[in-house]
Design a protein around this ligand. Sequence first.
Ligand SMILES: [Mn+2]
Length: 422
Amino acid sequence: MNLNLQRIAEENESALSAHQARWNSFRSLKSYSDPFWEKCIHQLSAMQIAIPSWALGTGGTRFGRFPGGGEPRNLEEKIADVGVLHALNGHCGSISLHIPWDIPDNANQIRQVAKEWGIVFDAVNSNTFQDQADQEHSYKFGSLSHTDAAVRQQAVEHNQQVIDYGKALGSEAITVWLSDGANFPGQQNFRRAFEHTLASLQEIYGHLPDDWRMLVEYKPYEPNFYSTVIQDWGSSLLLASKLGAKAFSLVDLGHHLPNTNIEQIVSRLMMEGKLGGFHFNDSKYGDDDLTVGSIKPYQLFLIFLELLEGIETQSFAWMIDASHNVKDPLEDLLQSVDAILIAHAQALLVDREALYQAQEDNDVVMCQEIIQDAFRTDVRPLLAEVRHRAGAALAPLSLYRKLQIRQTLINERGAKTLATGL
Ligand SMILES: [Mn+2]
């Protein structure tokens, strides 16, 4: 795939005067100063969201999968897909690899391919929730928490190997998500499972380079339906605290029971300096992995409002963790990134000083007015301006369609390709 960047500039040129009119009218509606807008643009431009290597193909459920064609056949093509997204929207400058689905055979060559697309390597992800054909011990009854020390050792060594792969690519973090748990009451001793997990994670932590982070992801259920060893932010925070300064909790939006107040969890973890990363998606019932912002955009906005408390002083690993079952994955990812940027921009518009005062005064009505005034603002002209200044497309999705990128990919790769991953 060779995206003609000149086409982006040409399309922007023809849409520029309409954009300028919208951007000027947007700015005049809000009484903020020019330095405020420049600060917003600077902060929003810096927002880079990692694309996972397993999300570039069509997703599926255990009932079926309906590939759309032109899916990337190897790691180089996955990087090219992320490169296309980044050229279009300016916010997808990194890829997150999953090992063993995307083992880089030649790290230097892969780094070079990524560099050509302007892409860097975000957190690497280990996998002890599946058995691989060549592995000695099975993870059927767990990995880092397993009752058998030999299974735990195998899982530890896999994670250490993932760190080594990441080091070779210039990655600086490993995300650990475990499916370990129990399907039935009495099946597993909660305490022993947790203690084994901690001891295993300590061994992996000991393998981390000095400037690396370990991100501990949690999830309440699935694939185990009675209990999960790292089931919530409490267990994740406990592990991250015991492990040390390089360990953090990772919040995946879909990994909560319905109606959980995720923004409050974000606030608590940030207060302790232990929020390390974020996996974005949306859901109606469980871990649905739907397009970000498609179901609960207000919740996403409220999360960003909390994140603003620490976004300038703490660093977070942002990643989209969704499954694209009925949409073109690249279009879905463009929509998701747009939703993240919209929530972030809306949160920036909240008059936080006025909100603080209204909270102190217990003026409940005004508190709601202040935050909803920002939430109800159409910030799309601001985000178009951010993209324009980055040399990206004013309208990424419509340009993706206009350039017939999917058809080009089908022509190049075939209609029946299948990307590795979920
Ligand atoms: Mn996740």
